[in-house]
Design a binder for this molecule. Structure first.
Ligand SMILES: Nc1ncnc2c1ncn2[C@@H]1O[C@H](COP(=O)(O)OP(=O)(O)O)[C@@H](O)[C@H]1O
Ligand SMILES: [Mg+2]
Length: 222
């Protein structure tokens, strides 16, 4: 398989404390070692404008209508694609994004129970149908991820009930079954280094042209 644009668009999904930030940091370091130009960004809040939206979204407001929340995520995502993700891919840069379209399907769709067809439609509008080349879903039992989190400082979505988080997990897994070519499930109970190894292995298998240079193998063995 080859990539859809010059760059490579990688998204990471999964609940809070699944290990997304940890794996993203390791992957970016790996690309840096290979001298592959890359950026790490996040959804929501990948642009200056989006930072403002992120603050509104995660603040402990009460009585936020589910559709208000959905539209704010879509607004953030639209700006993110327009200002940062698409221009970076067009320059041949690897974009690693912490959450993207599948988060809205899982949280606003399955979590808040807004029809998934509506979420998909909005995602298409917001992103101009820019879909990641590959997505890693860091999957973990809800009880474990809830325990791993720092419970003293939860944002508005993190504070939702455990039933909400269970629906989110099932929503993610259903989405992964729908798009098996794109979404790879990573067992987030494994040690950090094993997860990193699995992620690199999948990337190398899937994007052979990008990872065909011999020096990568050499790097791996060091
Ligand atoms: N594979 C793992 N096993 C055990 N603990 C982990 C693992 N990956 C991350 N952690 C720890 O769990 C917490 C959340 O990790 P983080 O990468 O911030 O998750 P996320 O970005 O998905 O919220 C951190 O304390 C991190 O050190
Ligand atoms: Mg994180």
């Amino acid at each position: 398989m080859d990539v859809q644009s010059n760059g490579l668009f990688i998204s990471f999904e999964g609940p809070d404390a699944a290990g997304k930030s940890t794996q993203i940091r390791l992957l970016a370091n790996y690309f840096n070692k290979l001298n592959y130009q890359n950026i790490v960004t996040r959804d929501p809040g990948g642009t200056a404008f989006g930072q403002k939206i992120r603050k509104i979204l995660l603040a402990k407001e009460t009585n936020v209508a589910p559709i208000t929340e959905l539209l704010l995520y879509a607004a953030d995502r639209s700006q993110h694609v327009y200002e940062l993700i698409k221009p970076s891919l067009d320059k041949g840069i690897i974009v690693i994004c912490d959450r993207y379209i599948d988060s809205s399907v899982a949280y606003q769709g399955y979590g808040r129970q807004i029809p998934v067809s509506l979420i998909n439609h909005l995602n298409n509008i917001a992103t101009n149908k820019l879909i990641p080349d590959i997505t890693f879903l860091l999957d973990i039992d809800t009880d474990i991820s809830l325990r791993r989190r720092d419970s003293s400082n939860l944002d508005r979505l993190e504070s939702e009930s455990s039933e909400f988080h269970k629906r989110v997990r099932q929503g993610y897994l259903k989405t992964a079954r729908l798009y098996p070519q794109r979404i790879h499930i990573i067992n987030a109970r494994k040690p950090i280094s094993v997860m990193h190894h699995d992620i690199k292995h999948i990337l190398r298998e899937k994007f052979k042209t990008l990872f065909s240079k011999n020096e990568i193998i050499a790097h791996e063995e060091n």
